[in-house]
Each structure stands twice: as structure tokens, then as C-alpha cells.
Design a binder for this molecule. Structure first.
Ligand code: NAD
Ligand code: MN
Length: 424
């Protein structure tokens, strides 16, 4: 932390154009190593190669995007009597980024890129199970000419390495992505020092299908909206709410679509879904899908590996754990609703509020329901993935603060107001 703080002071004092240029160079070096980084993620986390390439490319894009913000991080000039009043967006100092194992590269970059661009140093604590791409990114940063100690990686366990960053008085802000349970503990500890904190936590996102929707399109899109990354995705649309008058037809359409998902070798370009990350995660997923539940199941390879088939649970009550808790595996529930009012009520009947989708041809309804669902990221007639240039974050217990988007850099600054008298 002391070394990061020293590097940060020099970094913040450098010309904005020089900082931007170094971040663009870092982006270019990442771009030259997309394949290597992707293969590392396949071997470490079992991501499909297509996803892993996208993830490494996302790091590059975030660095480019953030680099474009360095010279645009302007304060304001506010009218006052007797002088001028200006604001400065000053860097916070050393930022601790604590990342989860489900999307190691993108989530590291969501913190890393805008924090560096705003003039901060970053210490990244990757998840225990996925340190390799983080360590490689730190090497690539040095290769690109990013000053030594400005971006450091501290691998280790959460309650040791992660907690050390949370407790350290020299770390100005914690950016945490992970479980709601750990996020609450971190927020409580940060409160002690009024340390800044951004939290990206869990989700149990709805996918609301109205009877007036293009049912073929809704059914075709539903499987990968909860199966991408084997469902280890905080935005996974795992509660499929279907208007009762279209329920049977939707199931007829979605069941074969779930069964058609290609599950297998992550290195095969045609594979859509790979294994789960670990034995622990596999056991956790299994515990949710009890024998009394009716389900549509896809296929998964036999033999070694943490395989679980795509699973659509049709017989659950809204109060069952599988319908309420975050499974973080390839499992979704389908639940019927009568009308728009009930759809909104069911969608909001959760402590989470990260994402959601709704399918309808009625534009008024699309807007009403988008406004009524208490979640940070909604998509209409699609399951849009996270875009680095639009804001992302959760309502309720899905998080605190926003990342990405036009204000990404501002989250890593403190606003200082200065009044200068013209009468002295
Ligand atoms: P986790 O909360 O156990 O761990 C996340 C990170 O926090 C890891 O790096 C871990 O080492 C660290 N950590 C654990 N205990 C800590 C402590 N006491 N002090 C400091 N750091 C600590 O979560 P996980 O099992 O790694 O990831 C799965 C969870 O992450 C899911 O619940 C998922 O919804 C959530 N997630 C949320 C988002 C989002 O953007 N909202 C994105 C990805 C994952
Ligand atoms: Mn954990």
C-alpha cells in the first residue's frame, strides 16, 4: 500500500495526455495477448473459449474507454458573487479491488481501468480460485510502461488478503464484487473509517414474458440468458415469469431450446456451456434441485469435471429456495402470472434487484414495467449483456453505487469545491 501510494502521487501529477497514452498502450498490449489470456481463463475457470476471448477483449475495451476519460475529467465553474467558484475531481488515492471468480477479467477491469484513469493506484485481490489472469494483467501493465507499483495484484484468501485491504488505513476505497453476505461484512468494516465502498452483489433476476410477446423469440433467447457461463452470472435471468395464457405454449417452445444447448469441451468453438468452476459449486447447485421438483433437463458430459445439465424447474412454488435464492448454476424456474400487476409484484418479491428482462409488443407496457421493476439493469425484448459505456449496478441488496458508464471515472474521485475571491 505504501508503494502504491508513492506511485499514485507521481501518477496523479503526470500530464493527463501522458496518462491517457499509457492506458492506451496498456490496452494495446492486452489486445496483443487476448488469445493467451483467454486460454488462461479456460484452463483456470472452465469458461468457453468464445466467452473467454470476449472477456479478455472487454479488458482492452475498458482500458480504451477509460483512457478517453482522462482528459475529459472536468470539474465545474459555478456562478457566485465576489469571486469564482470551481470544483476539482481529485483522485482518492489507493483503491482496493476485490474480485470474484465468475468473471475474473471483466470485473477486475471495471475497477482497475476507471480508477487508474482518474489518477488512482489499484491493488487487485482476485478470487482464490482465479488469480492467474489478474497476475498476467499486472505483468502486461508493466510491459506497457504503466509505472511500477501503480497496479499491483495481491492473491490470497478473502479473510486474509481481502480483509487486509479493507482494514488498511491507506486504502481509500474498496470496490467489491461477490456475495451479498461478504459484501455486508465489508460495508460494515468500511463504516468504521467511513471508507468509500462500491458493492456489486448477488441477483435473482426475472425474465418476464407477456402473452403479447413474440413467444418464439422469447423462448429462443431464454436458455442462454441463464446458462451463459454455466449460470455463474450475477445477472442470470433465473426466474422466468410467464403470463398464464401463454404458459403452455412458451414451455413447448423453450423445452427443446434448453435441450439443444451444446454443453461440453470449453475449447470447442461450438460449445455454449462448459462445466461449473468447482466441486463446492457443483454440490451447491445440486442441493437446490430436489427430487420432488419437476424439471426439463438438457445434457451434460459424463465423467470427470464439475458438470451439471441445463435445468428448467417447472414445479416450484415462488417460496421454494430454488425460486428465491441465488443458485449460481445452470438452473432457472418457470412461474406463471395472471396480469401485469402480478408480474411486477412477483418480479419485485426478492431482496435482490440487479437485472431483468421483459418481453412484450406493447410499448406502453414495456415502459411501465421497466419503471416498476426495482432493478438496476433492464432489457426489453432482449437480454442485453453488460456494456462498459452504460451504468451498471444493483438496487436493494444487489449492491451499492454504480460502475461503468459515462460516470465510471467519477466514482474514483472526491469533489473539491474552491472559492476564489476577486475582491482581495
Ligand atoms: P465471495 O463473496 O465469497 O468472494 C468474492 C471475493 O471476496 C473473493 O475475492 C474473496 O476472496 C473475497 N472475500 C471473501 N471473504 C472476504 C472477506 N471477509 N474480506 C474481504 N474479502 C473477502 O463470492 P464468490 O463466491 O467469489 O462469488 C460468487 C458471488 O459473487 C455470487 O453471489 C454472485 O452473485 C456475486 N457476483 C456479483 C456480481 C455483481 O456485479 N453484482 C458479479 C459477479 C459475482
Ligand atoms: Mn466464496
Amino acid at each position: 500500500v505504501a508503494r502504491a501510494a508513492a506511485a499514485q502521487r507521481a501518477w496523479a501529477a503526470a500530464a493527463p495526455a501522458d496518462r491517457a497514452r499509457l492506458l492506451r498502450r496498456f490496452a494495446a498490449v492486452v489486445d496483443g495477448h487476448v488469445e493467451e489470456l483467454a486460454l488462461l481463463e479456460v484452463s483456470e475457470a472452465g469458461h468457453t473459449i468464445g466467452n473467454a476471448r470476449w472477456e479478455a477483449g472487454n479488458v482492452r475495451d475498458l482500458l480504451e474507454f477509460a483512457a478517453g476519460g482522462v482528459e475529459r475529467l472536468s470539474g465545474r465553474q459555478i456562478p457566485v458573487a465576489g469571486g469564482i467558484d470551481v470544483t476539482f475531481l481529485e483522485p482518492l488515492g489507493v483503491i482496493g479491488v476485490i474480485a470474484p471468480w465468475n468473471f475474473p477479467m471483466p470485473i477486475a477491469a471495471w475497477g482497475l481501468a476507471p480508477a487508474l484513469a482518474a489518477g488512482n493506484a489499484v491493488i487487485l485481490k482476485p478470487a482464490e480460485t482465479t488469480p492467474l489472469t489478474a497476475l498476467r494483467l499486472a505483468e502486461l501493465a508493466l510491459e506497457a510502461g504503466i509505472p511500477e507499483h501503480l497496479f499491483q495484484v495481491l492473491p490470497g484468501h478473502g479473510d486474509t488478503a481481502g480483509d487486509a485491504l479493507v482494514e488498511h488505513p491507506g486504502v481509500a476505497k474498496i470496490v467489491f464484487t461477490g456475495s451479498t453476505r461478504v459484501g455486508k461484512q465489508i460495508m460494515a468494516k468500511c463504516a468504521d473509517r467511513v471508507k468509500r465502498v462500491t458493492l456489486e452483489l448477488g441477483g435473482k433476476s426475472p425474465n418476464i414474458v407477456f402473452a403479447d410477446a413474440d413467444l418464439e423469440a422469447a423462448a429462443a433467447a431464454a436458455p442462454m440468458s441463464f446458462l451463459d457461463n454455466s449460470g455463474q452470472d450475477c445477472c442470470a435471468r433465473t426466474r422466468i415469469l410467464v403470463q398464464r395464457s401463454a404458459y403452455d405454449r412458451f414451455l413447448e417452445l423453450v423445452a427443446p431450446a434448453v435441450q439443444a444447448v451444446a454443453v461440453g469441451d470449453p475449447l470447442d468453438d461450438k460449445t455454449q456451456m462448459g462445466p461449473l468452476i468447482s466441486r463446492v459449486q457443483l454440490d451447491r447447485v445440486r442441493s437446490f434441485v430436489t427430487d420432488d421438483l419437476t424439471a426439463v433437463r438438457g445434457s451434460a458430459p459424463e465423467g470427470p469435471g464439475f458438470w451439471y445439465p441445463p435445468t428448467l424447474v417447472t414445479g416450484a412454488a415462488p417460496t421454494d429456495p430454488v425460486a428465491r435464492e441465488e443458485v449460481f448454476g445452470p438452473v432457472a424456474v418457470v412461474l406463471p402470472f395472471e396480469d401485469e400487476e402480478e408480474a411486477v409484484r412477483l418480479a419485485n418479491a426478492t431482496e435482490y434487484g440487479l437485472s431483468g428482462s421483459l418481453w412484450t409488443r406493447d410499448i406502453g407496457r414495456a415502459l411501465r414495467v421497466s419503471r416498476a421493476v426495482a432493478a438496476g439493469n433492464l432489457s426489453v425484448n432482449s437480454h442485453s449483456s453488460v456494456r462498459y459505456w452504460t451504468p451498471f449496478g444493483g438496487y436493494k441488496q444487489s449492491g451499492l453505487g454504480r460502475e461503468l458508464g459515462p460516470d465510471a471515472l467519477t466514482a474514483f474521485t472526491e469533489t473539491k469545491n474552491v472559492f476564489i475571491s476577486t475582491e482581495a
